[in-house]
Design a protein around this ligand. Structure first.
Ligand code: BTN
Length: 286
């Protein structure tokens, strides 16, 4: 880990001018979890009636990085990007899924811009290269009545990891392992914050659209997500929700949920995780 590639505010601020994150970057060497830190900061700021948006919490290492579904997030010191941002979108909890989806698109764009790599999005927001995961996103939303009070979007990117613990080796990868070279975490983080800013502004345009029908309002974002993900259409998957079921993906519904065509009819994945099935294993399983 070189000093120049520490995710320090002085390294990042000049690169993210004109974004909502500019001047709001905070950095730690070691924390339990940047999502936890962000949530604590929001709770503390509420007491002083100060409602910041765009604060960025970055750490070189997490000792208790959190993943979806109570999983841990492996957070090797200086090798990855462990980043949480605080957003305060004027949306209802029903629209919060869009935050996860735009974050996935933002990571994909940033990685493409810096490394040239084409990556895939596995609904809702796992980022994959050759079916192995290199980025996970944990969006934690706090609500007040029928409004989102704030959201903490936690993004973990495996950048310069050279190896993973035994239990992750089959499913995890890093940008370095895929390209056999190191990447600048500062450059990647700056690209990420810029693309997240761009996607978030797109979401705000959708939220402020004069027609308040989801099918119209969110159509541009929906199309964008669908176009970026091989999982959106025609993929044979297993869904670990409602006891588990299999089917073929059939696009996103107007609220962003993944549609899966099963033998029993069309189903909607609300929060379960989706894994690919090979056609052969499906045939053998029948
Ligand atoms: C997943 O399970 O795929 C989501 C992983 C999210 C990990 C990131 S790392 C930065 C932020 N802080 C956390 O504790 N988790 C998220």
């Amino acid at each position: 880990m070189s000093l120049r590639d520490l995710l320090l505010p002085e390294n990042l601020n000049p690169l993210v001018r004109n974004t909502i994150f500019s001047g709001h970057i905070l950095h730690w060497l070691e924390v339990e979890s940047t999502n936890l830190l962000a949530a604590q900061a929001v709770a503390a700021s509420r007491q002083t009636d100060h409602s910041p948006e765009g604060e960025v919490f970055l750490a070189e290492e997490q000792t208790a990085g959190r993943g979806r579904g109570n999983h841990a997030w492996y957070s090797e010191r200086g090798a990855g990007i462990y980043c949480s941002v605080v957003l305060r979108p004027p949306i209802t909890p029903a629209d919060a899924l869009w935050l996860s989806l735009i974050a996935g698109v933002a990571v994909q764009d940033a990685v493409k811009e810096v490394t040239g790599l084409h990556t895939d999005i596995r609904w809702p927001n796992d980022l994959l290269i050759n079916e192995k995961k290199f980025c996970g996103i944990l969006a934690e939303v706090s609500t007040e009545g029928n409004r989102v009070n704030h959201a903490v979007i936690g993004i973990g990117i495996n950048v310069n990891h050279q190896a993973f613990p035994e239990d992750l080796r089959r499913v995890a990868t890093s940008l370095r392992l895929e390209t056999e070279r190191e990447w600048s975490r500062v450059e990647l983080t700056a690209a990420l914050l810029k693309s997240l800013d761009r996607e978030y502004r797109g979401l705000m345009r959708a939220v402020n659209h004069p027609v308040k029908t989801p099918a119209v309002q969110f159509a541009p974002i929906l199309k964008r997500v669908e176009a970026r993900s091989s999982y959106a259409h025609g993929k044979l998957v297993h869904v670990n929700e409602d006891g588990g079921y299999s089917g073929i993906t059939d696009g996103l519904d107007p609220r962003g949920f993944l549609r899966v065509r099963t033998e029993q009819g069309l189903r909607m994945v609300i929060s379960g995780s989706v894994r690919p099935l090979s056609r052969r294993s499906d045939a053998a399983g029948r």
